[in-house]
Design a binder for this molecule. Structure first.
Ligand code: ADP
Ligand code: AMP
Length: 212
């Protein structure tokens, strides 16, 4: 099963990707998490990406396309994968297609901008594994500590309201067109992201034809 989760920043892609990956036993590939790890480790990719990310802008396509093709070549992707946060531009979608990537389904998690702005102030992410929590909607079992790996939970620098507004504008300008791209290829399904997390998971599993 090769899946893409599309949606605005804060729509719930990372949250749903982790839940569905567990159910399907396939890896999640989050370009945001890969880039944050690269920044933490001060790699050349991280140094290139940092300024773009801090401003809420997209990292250049060539950097992203390189990261994704390297990751998809790894053995654990042979049984399938979930792409979270990629593609985000038409050239990225085209590059996946040109590389012969076969997709089973593209799920767009739909949500209004006004709801997203509220969600982002409560988001906390694990500084070690990237898992996403919310202080009220999806709190960790122990405050400030990741359920999965006991890493420290932190607030993302780009989750401040002004940067969130930039990221939403970028989503509408550059990423939303991908819904058309995949609808034309018969791959797109829409799922309501403005409902409890478990309900959105149920709808995504139904949309991709998997029994919960
Ligand atoms: P994305 O990966 O699309 O940027 P996340 O999965 O990190 O989004 O979710 C953004 C924030 O919203 C997180 O704090 C997450 O816990 C919370 N969240 C995700 N899905 C829901 C939901 N259905 N209802 C309420 N909060 C949610
Ligand atoms: P995310 O964790 O998906 O919210 O991504 C955080 C930030 O990483 C984005 O605002 C971009 O700066 C960068 N980023 C992640 N994925 C991509 C991508 N596919 N294309 C361009 N930039 C990306």
């Amino acid at each position: 099963m090769n899946l893409i989760l599309l949606g605005a920043p804060g729509a719930g892609k990372g949250t749903q990707a982790e839940l569905i990956a567990k159910q399907l036993q396939i890896p999640t590939i989050s370009t945001g998490n890969i880039l944050r790890e690269a920044i933490k480790n001060q790699t050349p990719t991280g140094l290139k990406a940092k300024d773009f990310m801090d401003k809420g802008m997209l990292v250049p396509d060539d950097v992203i396309i390189g990261i994704v093709s390297e990751r998809l070549a790894q053995d654990d992707c042979k049984k399938g994968y979930i792409l979270d946060g990629v593609p985000r531009t038409a050239p990225q979608a085209q590059a996946l297609q040109d590389n012969g990537i076969e997709l089973d389904c593209v799920v767009s998690i739909e949500i209004d901008d006004a709801v997203i702005a509220r969600r982002m102030t409560g988001r906390r992410v694990c500084s070690a594994c990237g898992a996403s929590y919310h202080i009220t909607a999806n709190p960790p079992k122990a405050q400030g500590i990741c359920n999965a790996c006991s890493g420290e939970l932190v607030t993302r620098k780009d989750d401040v309201p002004e940067t969130v507004q930039n990221r939403l504008a970028v989503y509408h300008a550059e990423t939303e067109v991908l819904k058309d791209f995949y609808a034309k290829r018969g791959k797109l399904v829409l799922v309501n992201g403005d409902q409890p997390i478990a309900d959105a998971t149920r709808d995504i599993l139904a949309a991709i034809g998997v029994q919960p």
